[in-house]
Write a protein that binds this ligand. Structure first.
Ligand code: AMP
Length: 281
């Protein structure tokens, strides 16, 4: 069984004597991707804390906050024995008399995901900062799948001198390549196969890069995959420099990060893949 804590005071008291703590923030609706993060946390520290909190601050007014899946009992049952779960109510983290202080993401907070989700990353960075201050872990574990989030959390930790080590876990996928996501449960069978367009497009860009393509040709190869599936509404598809999260230039050689977002029906999905450009030259 896992222990479930609901208040900040309970967390502080429970962890006061803990030797090493690894922390995995989540919004629940746990799947094998989350469990890979928890497994990694267990390899790195004797005490593992998982937060389950659907953070209202990172959802826009027209987003899926209300329909985001919530099932604490199911989530807790999936976690390894001994995991400490922190599952606060929204009012615990954002009491009515709070001052409204926020952590503001730098310029990379307003591109890609930040274009269609204004304020999203300020919400993410604010809750991550609060959770890190509450749990005070030695290590915090995040998934590569949310590549822009990882970039911004790395900036957060560096810019605000937060005393935590970040551990990034590779994306867990279904056998056919679909990245696991809590939102996949909204897909019907037809949409589920359309959702593969994202990973296929990233794979097409990867293959082009391995054949010697630079940025433009790799992006064209990925776009062609979307053009063959007009039912999937592409939001953005880009190759970014992992050091800056800015689009790579045509002259870029080395490992770029492909990022993609698209809508399948009402469901917005993202995916990412590291790939070598001009690999054959
Ligand atoms: P979420 O519950 O969506 O906020 O995700 C919580 C953490 O799990 C984040 O660090 C995500 O990047 C990570 N995560 C979500 N999906 C996957 C996946 N398929 N593989 C690895 N990590 C994931």
């Amino acid at each position: 069984m896992s222990e479930i804590l609901h208040t900040i005071a309970e967390v502080r008291e429970r962890l006061a004597e803990a030797a090493e703590v690894a922390f995995v923030p989540t919004m629940g609706a746990l799947h094998e991707g989350h469990l890979a993060l928890v497994g990694r946390a267990g390899e790195l520290a004797s005490t593992v804390v998982v937060s389950i909190f659907v953070n209202p601050l990172q959802f826009g007014p027209n987003e899926d906050l209300d329909r985001y899946p919530r099932d604490l009992d199911r989530d807790v049952a999936l976690l390894p024995r001994g995991t400490i779960v922190f599952a606060p109510e929204a009012a615990e983290l954002y009491p009515a008399d709070a001052g409204g202080t926020r952590v503001v993401a730098g310029p990379i907070g307003s591109v890609f995901e930040g274009v269609s989700r204004p304020g999203h990353y300020d919400g993410v960075l604010t809750v991550v900062t609060k959770l890190l201050n509450i749990v005070q872990p030695d290590i915090a574990v995040f998934g590569e799948k949310d590549a822009q989030q990882v970039f911004l959390i790395e900036r957060l930790v560096a810019d605000l001198d937060l005393p935590v080590h970040l551990e990034i876990v590779p994306t867990v996928r279904e056998a056919d390549g679909l990245a696991l996501s809590s939102r996949n449960r909204f897909l019907d069978e037809g949409q589920r196969s359309l959702a593969l367009t994202l990973s296929r497009a990233l794979q097409a860009a990867t293959d082009a890069g391995a054949r010697g393509a630079a940025r433009a040709a790799a992006i064209a190869a990925a776009r062609a995959v979307f053009e063959a599936e007009p039912a999937v509404e592409l939001d953005y598809l880009e190759l970014v420099d992992p050091a800056t999260f800015e689009p790579v230039g045509e002259e870029f050689t080395g490992t770029a990060r492909g990022i993609v977002a698209a809508r399948v029906g009402q469901t917005r999905l993202i995916d990412t893949k590291a790939m070598d450009l001009r690999a054959a030259t």
